[in-house]
Design a protein around this ligand. Sequence first.
Ligand SMILES: Cc1cc2nc3c(=O)[nH]c(=O)nc-3n(C[C@H](O)[C@H](O)[C@H](O)COP(=O)(O)OP(=O)(O)OC[C@H]3O[C@@H](n4cnc5c(N)ncnc54)[C@H](O)[C@@H]3O)c2cc1C
Length: 414
Amino acid sequence: MPTRLSPFFCLRTLRYKGLRDTHVQTSYDVTIIGAGLAGLQCARLLARQGVNVLLVDRKNTLDQKIHTTGIFVRRTLVDFALPEDCLGPPIKHVTLYSPAHRSLELVSQHDEFRIGRMGQLYQRYLQHCLLAGAHWLPQTSYVNHSAANGKLTLQLNSGSSTHSITTRYLIGADGARSRVARDLKLELNREWIVGVESVFQGAMLDGPPQLLCFLDPKLAPGYIAWIAHDGEETHLGVGGYPSLFDPTAALHDFRSRVAGIIDLRKAKQIETRAGLIPVGGVLNNIANPTGLLIGDAAGAVSPLTAGGLDPCMRLSAFAATVVTEYLSTGDVQVLQAYSGELFRKRFISRLWARRIAATLRQPQLLELGCAVLRLPVFSRLANHVFFGRGSFPDVMSNLQPSIHSDDNRTTNSA
Ligand SMILES: Cc1cc2nc3c(=O)[nH]c(=O)nc-3n(C[C@H](O)[C@H](O)[C@H](O)COP(=O)(O)OP(=O)(O)OC[C@H]3O[C@@H](n4cnc5c(N)ncnc54)[C@H](O)[C@@H]3O)c2cc1C
């Protein structure tokens, strides 16, 4: 536990010892709205620091309404000890298809990707939160808040009843269209793509576990269509700018178009997932003295690959550090480190790549681009995009090891 926490902070923390705590409180140090990967990661780290945390989500249980494929990249797998039983088999093979289905195969020396069993992972992280003493309010929606005397009063809605709690600090982990961001007068996402996918068991695809990416401006304008197959689970999806396509119809077409590549005749569809993915880059204004944003709410998604899971892990860990320090010192300057402007500078090349991707609407142009990538001299670029280690700036590198070590590979927390 940090040494500089206020007595108020420590006394309250001592009360929480585990899963069966039924003591109903109305006042917390930190309240996190949203128990996706960002909220869960932040809540468990704050709770482990001795912070009195309330985690709120409108979902009843976290294994429902999942809206991510769940592909974790090597950098996340190396830097964070994700629970082994919540991950599928490793994937090293990627094939990129042009609109005419000409293919470019890339094979890494490393295990590059693993598809998370996300329902299981969310539940496990929730367990970590509860064991560390965090409080959990499922099936409860954040409605709004007001501020007075250095405290915030939050209106929460559980079914037909509305109740209020007070908190010293509010964290918005409530996704791409964050209500918390709006109420805190922080920045809002303005650019996003939409993704929709079907999840199957029992799909037949020749070869090792693999990721197949299809460039096609009709099926996936501004992004890709994908098959992610790890031998156990298969995800078939499309993504693109919502004004340029009908995602459900595109998914249907995509499924017919890849019938010669993947055999789904005996496969069982177990889920459909869909959601918005902010691709405008991390937002500039993501923190103030009453609250801050993490995950999709902060726009923390790679504008090029649309990967948001690595940013969730990193930015949330950083937020936990900054908030712990802020609450224990009361020093507003501490929040300056949590600056979207600073992170955003590291995204410049990927923001440009996103702008280019958004304008590529001619199949012929994409076909030409793919032909160029197949030239040996340019295939390094494709390798860099798929196997590079640059998903989100390493915001943790300047931190004191004591703050984040229990989530790091060097220990066995998970
Ligand atoms: C189809 C699709 C596929 C994707 N695939 C990948 C991938 O393979 N790899 C990758 O790296 N990224 C992927 N992404 C992006 C990635 O999933 C997200 O960036 C990441 O999951 C965001 O997590 P989060 O915790 O910020 O938000 P979310 O997971 O959206 O969690 C927000 C939570 O807040 C809750 N909430 C919202 N409003 C309220 C409220 N008012 N009150 C209470 N609770 C509220 C919601 O119920 C939800 O549980 C994908 C996205 C989509 C849409």
